[in-house]
Ligand binder design. Structure first.
Ligand code: ADP
Ligand code: ASP
Ligand code: MG
Length: 412
């Protein structure tokens, strides 16, 4: 007997037919004698719809009320799955975030402070199945909170850690983690295993198959994690520690995967004074406003002239960033503020980069050969990212996938 968390994403929960299918997968694990907690997402498209409604109601909405609205999607699916499981004769019940509780701090991208798993112990002792809405938590004040887009993955891993589960299975609409998004590169290859570290980096640069925070948590608690399809019965991808990969003597590619992120916006400040402190005067207030700045490029001014500074922020934080900087226009001393949301960040990730030179050069050459202009660059120990015009997203991802030798022999 094992203790497991099964998480089902939006596509898997989209409609009663699919929920019935999910219920059968849950039933199968329960009949194997496992103790099962199920974490569910809202139906596909529902969270987008709810966010839209908030924006329609007011462009600068209160995050507390936003959470009240968007947390509702998962409430619906957890109730529906519990009803379906009960209809199949199983002892299942839903428990909202506040009923466990899943204690969180903040709103809209709340952090999990702790999960009380006592309720679940009682459920398991009585041979029951718990269905828990992903994405949602409750603050110390008793308010609803949500964990940020894709947050049900994080709910699942956090719950698995809290209930000391043997493993956490993430069921989604693809059958594993691929070398890149299989929806845009048919020649993408499924990875049998990927390290926590690589998955963390891939997720953080846009491979939305797992929310970044869920991978960080899995790493911290050494929680065996698996990504698999809720539609097809075949092995998925195991997210494992470095040791597991070495043990298997797996041949590793220098590059593990390519990811892209369209949720970045470019901001350029022109006519900046060329003096110490002028960059700090821009980024300190942005940090205070909780804006995560990613790529940064500064033009080198000729003697006595002014410089330009370009950086990227999450698209969702663009209006807030511009507002913050406009208010300080005088103090910072810039001339113009230009913004562009038609950009995409494309990244290559792989631990093999540490010991291989020329990885970035290959990227720049492959993009140049296709006439794709690079607007900004950042690198880390196991990652190279470029910012390019959004219209080239698919072409760039395909070209890099080929350039790094990741293409499968024939499309899967
Ligand atoms: P869910 O609703 O189940 O949480 P998501 O839409 O959040 O599913 O994540 C699954 C999607 O992630 C896939 O449909 C796929 O298009 C996308 N994706 C992006 N990069 C990858 C990758 N490297 N491997 C697999 N899927 C990826
Ligand atoms: N429903 C939420 C979202 O779409 C959370 C999730 O599905 O992981 O972002
Ligand atoms: Mg997701």
């Amino acid at each position: 007997m094992a203790r497991i968390v099964m998480k089902f994403g939006g596509t898997s929960m989209a409609g009663i037919e699919r929920i019935r299918h999910v219920a059968n997968l849950v039933k199968r694990e329960a009949e194997r004698g496992h103790q099962v907690a199920v974490v569910v997402s809202a139906m596909a498209g529902e969270t987008d719809r709810l966010i839209h409604l908030c924006r329609e109601a007011a462009s600068l909405y209160d995050p507390r009320e936003y959470d009240v609205v968007v947390a509702s999607g998962e409430q619906v699916t957890s109730g529906l799955l519990a009803i379906t499981l009960q209809g199949m004769g199983l002892n299942a019940k839903s428990y909202m975030g506040w009923q466990l509780p899943i204690l969180t701090s903040g709103h809209a991208a709340a952090l999990i402070e702790g999960i009380d798993a006592n309720v679940l112990e009682e459920v398991f002792a009585q041979g029951g199945i718990a269905v828990i809405p992903g994405f949602q938590g409750v603050t110390h004040e008793g308010d609803l909170a949500t964990l940020g887009r894709g947050g049900s993955d994080t709910s699942a891993v956090a719950l698995a850690a809290a209930m000391k589960a043997d493993r956490c299975d993430i069921y989604t609409d693809v059958d594993g983690v691929y070398t890149t998004d299989p929806r845009i590169v048919p020649r993408a290859r499924k990875l049998d295993q990927v390290t926590y570290e690589e998955m963390l980096e891939l997720a953080s640069v846009g491979a939305k198959v797992l929310q970044t925070r869920s991978v960080g948590l899995a790493l911290r608690y050494n929680m065996p994690l698996q990504v698999l399809s809720s539609f097809e019965d075949r092995p998925g991808t195991h997210i494992v520690g470095d040791e597991a990969i070495e043990d298997n003597h797996m041949e590793r590619n220098v590059i593990t995967g390519i990811a892209y992120d369209k949720n970045e916006a470019r901001v350029t400040l022109t006519g900046l004074p060329d003096k110490p402190g002028s960059v700090a005067a821009i980024f300190a207030p942005l940090a205070e406003a909780n804006v995560n700045v990613d790529m940064i490029v500064q033009s080198v001014p000729r003697a006595g002239e002014k410089s330009d500074l370009t950086f990227t922020v999450p698209t969702a934080a663009l209006a807030h960033s511009v507002d913050t900087l406009e208010k300080l226009r005088h103090a910072i001393g810039f001339e113009e503020i230009l913004t562009d949301t038609n950009v995409v960040k494309v990244s290559a990730v792989g631990v093999g980069m540490r010991s291989n030179a020329g990885i970035a050069a290959r990227m720049f050459q492959a993009l140049a050969d296709r006439g794709i202009n690079i607007l900004a660059i950042t690198t880390s120990e196991i990652k190279v990212s470029v910012l390019i015009p959004e219209e080239y997203t698919e072409l760039a991802v395909r070209v890099l996938h080929t350039a790094y030798g990741l293409d499968a022999e024939s499309p899967e």
